[in-house]
Design a protein around this ligand. Sequence first.
Ligand SMILES: Cc1ncc(C[n+]2csc(CCOP(=O)(O)OP(=O)(O)O)c2C)c(N)n1
Ligand SMILES: [Mg+2]
Length: 890
Amino acid sequence: MDMNDIVTDVDPQETKEWLDAFNSVLEVEGNERAHYLLEKLVDKARRNGAHIPFSANTAYLNTIPPHLEEHMPGDPGMEAKIRALVRWNAVATVIRANKEKSDLGGHIASFASAATLYDVGFNYFFRAANEKFLGDCIYIQGHSAPGIYARAFLEGRITEDQLNHFRQEVDGKGLSSYPHPWLMPDFWQFPTVSMGLGPLMAIYQARFMRYLRDRSIVEPQGRKVWAFMGDGEMDEPESLGAISLAGREKLDNLIFVINCNLQRLDGPVRGNGKIIQELESDFRGAGWNVIKVIWGSYWDPLIMRDKNGVLLKRMEEAVDGEYQAFKSHDGAFVRKHFFGKYPELLEMVATMSDDDIWRLNRGGHDPHKMYAAYAAAVKHTGQPTVILAKTIKGYGMGEAGEGQNITHQQKKMGTSSIKAFRDRFNVPIPDDKLEDVPFYKPAEDSAEIQYLRGRVTAQGGALPARRRKAAPLEVPPLSAFEGQLKSTEDREISTTMAFVRMLTTLVRDKNIGKYVVPIVPDESRTFGMEGMFRQLGIYSHVGQLYTPQDADQLMFYKEDKKGQVLQEGINEAGAMSSWIAAATSYSTNGMPMIPFFIFYSMFGFQRVGDLAWAAGDMRARGFLLGGTAGRTTLNGEGLQHEDGHSHILASTIPNCVSYDPTFSYELAVILQDGLRRMYKEQEDIYYYITVMNENYAHPTMPDGVEKGILKGMYLFREGKAKKNAPKVQLLGSGTILREVIAGAELLEKDFGVAADIWSVTSFNELRRDGLDVQRWNMLHPESTPRVAYAESCLKDRQGPVIAATDYIKLFADQIRAFLPVHQYVVLGTDGFGRSDTRRQLRKFFEVDRHYVAVAALKALADEEAVPRVKVTEAIRKYGIDPEKRNPVTV
Ligand SMILES: Cc1ncc(C[n+]2csc(CCOP(=O)(O)OP(=O)(O)O)c2C)c(N)n1
Ligand SMILES: [Mg+2]
């Protein structure tokens, strides 16, 4: 209803008749019938050509009317007391951290606005994991962490000493600034503080839980995913980016709670509009159940008396900037500027004092309203629910920040504000102690603590809490990949093809096959994985409601409720979120899953890098496969597709282990060991492996190379040297190793140089090993120095070392410090890619066999092992233009 029309109602009598008729339908026949009639009327109007403007909004009122609110059980007075203590300890945590040690930071205002949202959830709705129940998943807004610690302190799970070490983690006992499973692995489950990732990951978490249920891997228990977020956070594309998926998939195990305190860091979220109304229409449009909790109980009598709709009109016309300003002042200000606009409204509050007006609360600060919203949300079926709770940022901070634009950054409060805060929440701290802002915890046998314990028991345990391990899986031995360890003879295949065969072996494995989760963002055909559509089925909660176009084909497009493949559409961020849900299933579901997310390597780390970082924090275990990898391997596709740096990005994630293998046996060794480390030993690491689409023959695995493959390099072939021939050490990875092998042959044949060839499966792992050794040696100056693995490989070898890869030079350059005193020359693919044939691209980027040979000869010439003229000779012989422009700059 457009409230502006009320004033211009041309026939109030007629309006009244219609409304009376409608009211009697509502009362006698109920909501559904009333809705049906409305739809009929709208349809009739449209068919007659009436233009009825679309509105996905409802009035700016609570969605649940007071008479339909479910009542909160328990003792509200006692809960208010406990909540006050949580508030106090949260504030004390931050103030103390910024008092004694300067600049540790922390946030007061966010939790101050959200305290009731969490409190009601913890008391009645969030169910912990225990022997009988796997636990609800709670995504807590990062900046609310102090409040969560404060509650855990009252529960006896966190000590005062720990609170005193908020944000002081280095010595081991401190509390992390935000939810980080890496830092507090028994406490935090979900990293949320990079805004937008929490909402996105929560949607895919809910979806993955449904997948596990539909595939009968985890029994249905009615678990819920609760995700808390800020209204400012909703501006992140990631926050809203997947809500249509949640609506489409009818994820009724998912509840979003958006704390609409109308402010973000700098100022209002929608000063000139209304964030709650905007989000309501977004979510309703995406098929969600929307519950608005705007007004607290003190408003109910006023709203009831608003027969002519003037109050609602005023509520609708005020913008968020005004609502924020109202609550940064006082009751008199609200009377003047809110109610004062219309005489009827002034009249309505005439008998109320300014204090009474000030007490008119917002929905998100009213536990009864929040309880009713949560109770409705958990019962709602067929749709995900979003609760839009209106609150005040910095609630209770008074002049130190309540409703003020500066409040987000407030880490300190003056003594008078602390005193006001204490008085407002009735915390029993005497005046002479206030300066110190001490923590407060009632005695163990106090009514408060006993009550709190009762709530924890009723909810099945305390939250948040994280499971570290699950039962290990039985991992197949390397011999399971026998086919990949042998030569392909004349058959030319790509490492992608080899990978798909290994994946096929794995899904057929009787012990772990069903736990494998292949994930693709609309690229199955690119990677030759379309056979899996039919073999494994594509997961769809509703099965397949149509006969696919290719039903008569062997490998038709099969959607299935029990499908194993997650086909995420063109959606790397969503696919990555699915992968994270699967890769942390050992923790969230007590059921290890083995996800393989295969994507265009260029649309991997650089596209979803922040999620990859969060995956590290979350201790994800699984495989990421960068397909069509390398800057010159993906011929034809050009600048936006050719990846020359994903390995560098992968190397920045401390627990991501990465490899760039060339041959299928290398891939088999890496994969099998990855399974062993992650699923048997339960190491909190994940893998990034690049695979290519270039076809070539693969040799049989040489004896005894497994260890070297895993450590990062091994001797692939010894140079055939005539006595006294000059020697070089050639290093290569991925498809460029083949250019290195060809380069060695040229050197031998054309210049009589003997080249040892090393397959470097991981420059990244070699660097990690080298750094570790270097550090140990620095700290143990008088012990026998340890030797980096790369050095141990090359120290007894002769000649300069030349490395070539399909990645930027930095990739191979990483090991420079850990080589023996040899010269080290690196070739790589710095610069923007372009479309052409592989041969042309390798020439352009100067990583082909000819450049390998020239680089080796130049290095030898610098050591006076060959005359310089030999280099010139090679340049001429191989048709290289010395005046060619540097590929980095063109
Ligand atoms: C991706 C990202 N960008 C920026 C920030 C920095 N930041 C932290 S909190 C915040 C404002 C949050 O506002 P809102 O979501 O409304 O939460 P509130 O504190 O108001 O509850 C910003 C910009 C961040 N944490 N993550
Ligand atoms: Mg906000």
